[in-house]
Design a protein around this ligand. Sequence first.
Ligand code: NAD
Length: 434
Amino acid sequence: MRITMIGSGYVGLVSGVCFADFGHDVICVDKDKSKIDALEKGVMPIYEPGLDQIVADNVKAGRLTFSTDVANSVKDADVVFIAVGTPSRRGDGHADLSYVYAAAKEIAQHCTGFTVVVTKSTVPVGTGDEVERIVKEANPGADIAVVSNPEFLREGAAIEDFKRPDRIVIGLDDDRARGVMTEVYRPLYLNQAPLLFTARRTSELIKYAANGFLAMKITFINEIADLCEKVGANVQDVSRGIGLDGRIGAKFLHAGPGYGGSCFPKDTLALAKTAQDHESPVRLIETTISINDNRKRAMGRKVIAALDGDVRSKKIAVLGLTFKPNTDDMRDSPAIAVIQTLQDSGATIAAYDPEGMENAKKLIEGIEYVAGPYEAIADADAIVIVTEWNQFRALDLPRAKGMMKNPVLVDLRNIYRPAEVAKHGFAYHGIGLQ
Ligand SMILES: NC(=O)c1ccc[n+]([C@@H]2O[C@H](COP(=O)([O-])OP(=O)(O)OC[C@H]3O[C@@H](n4cnc5c(N)ncnc54)[C@H](O)[C@@H]3O)[C@@H](O)[C@H]2O)c1
């Protein structure tokens, strides 16, 4: 299959490269020339474990090329994926679909022969209908089937998730696209990944329902963690105790500083807005959004409380800035609100993140970015672990204590055993622990 991927960000690049790895001929397109220039030089524009190798292999094999030119890249394609951003629209929180619509128009104007246009971006229910309308308007003679194929990969484990998905959801109303999509995913289908065909609107909603449910699950355990602190229970044991129940499942039951990232915050908001527009509000999701928003600043206040209510002129070492480990993605990371809360109360911040500091610098100002965890810890009054990167899991606690003004460890990811940390003379504050 000749596949063109419009948008070469976290999703488009990983998907395009994996399709090439399956044996398809793939062109990854992006309007951002700096990304394409970097890719052509073998430099990855994002951090994703294993991506550089699989890109290099497929470029070498002649199956993967890059371009900034949509027109030329779509003209011979059998399938064109749209994997552009759908951020929250300023003002009302609806998904901003302008990039999707612009891409659809350009594809329609330049494709030739029967072409399947697949929306991989996360888009509200009904977007496929609008894409179809735009395509017909832009090129009434074009022979196009519009398909929905939401993506469920996780940053940090994106290649593994793409190649071994729990399921592949394909929404289509034009049966001619069925065979083409089956062919696109045939290598995965052979590996037993279930291909779930639905109507297009259903497929669009599946993506939001999945993200809404997972965001709700995280928020549920976060509230239970708060209750644990009040009643003297342990949230890790509660998680285990409920997660072993097959009806509940153990994943997404880790209490923490609230969900962030490029998907859950914007997708829960877009779901709530879509549901309101259809006069069928999803109140569980609305409440989830509000609890999670409050939680991020509450985590800043938790750090202040750990320092007896006063952080003015105190130095806080923040370890981890990205919304989760193994990515450089800072979009909506809880670290932003935690740091702002501390700055508002007069603290000075020294922060370290293995991959996220370049992106963080564009979002968080007025803090010191340092070269490693111990540079942050030197002379600090407290350490705050915001992201559970592996390298923070085994800090040299005696060394850290010797460097600090005040041995306080606030562990917003529960990666340490409280007794172990206390043994080294630290005051330890986890989430939802006795
Ligand atoms: N990041 C994730 O983990 C994830 C997971 C599942 C789904 N999604 C969804 O996938 C979509 C893309 O997310 P992302 O994180 O990859 O975004 P991203 O911002 O990393 O990448 C989008 C890319 O599209 C490019 N672009 C925009 N308009 C273009 C056009 N007309 N032609 C060519 N390129 C264009 C941008 O320059 C950018 O590089 C979103 O809808 C998102 O919700 C993301």
